[in-house]
Design a protein around this ligand. Structure first.
Ligand code: GDP
Ligand code: MG
Ligand code: ZN
Length: 292
C-alpha cells in the first residue's frame, strides 16, 4: 500500500497526489464503516490498481488532524483571509467573521491585503494595519507588481492553507504571482479531471511547493448565528482578551453592563471602533435568532 493525499473529491472519484503524480481513485466500499467519506486534504492509504493508467483504490483514511465542513476540507494548518485594499473596498465585517470562524475552529490565520499598487486613503490603511496590532500576521501585497509576495510565500511554505475572501479581491492572481509555474500544473490537472465532466465548483488543494498546499475555497462560508453562543464569541475577539478579565462581571458581554473594561478600552482607543461594532452585530444576530 502507498500513502498519498487527496487533493480533490468529485463525483465519486478521488484525485490522490502521490509523488509527482495524480492518481484517480475510487474508495473501497468498507471506507464508510471505518472513516466515512474521504475529503480533499485527507491523507490516505491506497493500493495501485492500474499503475500505468494512474488508477488506485483508497483503502483507508488516515486520522484527521482537523476538518472543516463548509467547504469540506481536512488537515488544515491555517487560514488566509484575502482582501483588496481597494476595488473592492475591504469588507471588514466579512474579515472579522472569517477571523472569528478561524479562532473558533482553532485554525491560526493570517490576512493578505492585495492590490497595494492602487492608491488608498491613509485612514483605510490604518484600519488594516490595526489587525497587525491585534496580533494577526498581515501581508500587504500586490499580485500585479510582486510587492510583498515573497513574504507571503514564506508564510505559506510547508503548510496547508485555506484561502477565504470574496471574489474579485485577487485570490487567483495572488496564487499565480506566488507560484508562477502553477498555471501549467493546473492545466495538467484539469485535463485529467475532465473525466469527472462536472462544471460545478469544488474544493481543491493546489500542490504549490513541497509540503505546501493551497485551497482556494469558493464555497467558504462564515459561521451562522445558530452555530455560536453569545457567551463564547467574546473569547474569539483577540483584542478584547487583555481587558475582559477586568470587567466587573465575569459574564460581561460588553454591551450595557456596568463596569465594563472592554467598553472603557474602546473609549480609550485600545480597541478599534469597527471591531467592536462587528462584535455587537454578531451578538445581536445570535440573540435575535434565539428570540424567534
Ligand atoms: N491593480 C491590481 N489589480 C489586481 C491585483 N490582483 C488582481 N487584480 C485584478 O483584480 C481582478 C480580480 O482578480 P482575480 O484574481 O480573478 O480575483 P478572485 O476572484 O479573488 O480570484 C482582476 O481584474 C485582476 O486583474 C493587484 O495586485 N493589483
Ligand atoms: Mg478566483
Ligand atoms: Zn465587559
Amino acid at each position: 500500500m502507498e500513502k498519498g493525499r487527496i487533493i480533490k473529491a468529485l463525483s465519486g472519484f478521488f484525485y490522490v497526489q502521490w509523488k509527482d503524480r495524480i492518481l484517480t481513485c475510487k474508495g473501497r466500499g468498507t471506507l464508510k464503516k471505518t472513516g466515512g467519506t474521504p475529503v480533499a486534504g485527507d491523507w490516505v492509504q491506497f493500493s495501485l490498481v492500474n499503475e500505468p493508467a494512474d488508477e488506485g483504490m483508497i483503502e483507508e483514511i488516515l486520522p484527521r488532524q482537523n476538518e472543516m465542513l463548509r467547504p469540506p476540507l481536512s488537515n488544515l494548518d491555517q487560514l488566509l483571509a484575502v482582501f483588496a485594499v481597494k476595488d473592492p473596498i475591504p469588507n471588514l465585517v466579512l474579515l472579522d467573521r472569517i477571523l472569528l470562524r478561524a479562532e473558533m475552529q482553532y485554525f491560526s490565520s493570517g490576512i493578505c491585503f492585495n492590490k497595494t499598487d492602487l492608491l488608498v486613503e491613509e485612514k483605510i490603511l490604518q484600519l488594516l494595519e490595526g489587525y497587525q496590532q491585534i496580533g494577526y500576521p498581515v501581508f500587504f501585497v500586490s499580485a500585479k507588481t510582486g510587492e510583498g509576495i515573497e513574504g507571503l510565500r514564506a508564510f505559506l511554505r510547508g503548510k496547508t492553507t485555506a484561502l477565504a475572501g470574496a471574489s474579485g479581491v485577487g485570490k487567483s492572481t495572488v496564487i499565480n504571482a506566488l507560484y508562477p509555474d502553477f498555471q501549467l500544473k493546473t492545466g495538467e490537472l484539469s485535463r485529467k479531471i475532465q473525466r469527472g465532466k462536472h462544471t460545478t465548483r469544488y474544493t481543491e488543494l493546489l500542490p504549490a511547493e513541497e509540503n505546501t498546499w493551497i485551497a482556494d475555497t469558493p464555497g467558504f462560508s462564515t459561521l451562522k448565528a445558530s452555530d455560536l453562543e453569545a457567551e463564547e464569541v467574546r473569547f474569539y475577539f483577540r483584542d478584547f482578551l487583555p481587558f475582559q478579565e477586568d470587567c466587573r462581571f465575569q459574564s460581561c458581554l460588553h454591551l450595557k453592563e456596568p463596569g465594563c473594561r472592554v467598553k472603557k478600552a474602546l473609549k480609550e482607543g485600545h480597541i478599534m471602533q469597527h471591531r467592536y461594532e462587528n462584535y455587537e452585530k454578531i451578538i445581536d444576530e445570535i440573540q435575535t435568532n434565539r428570540r424567534y
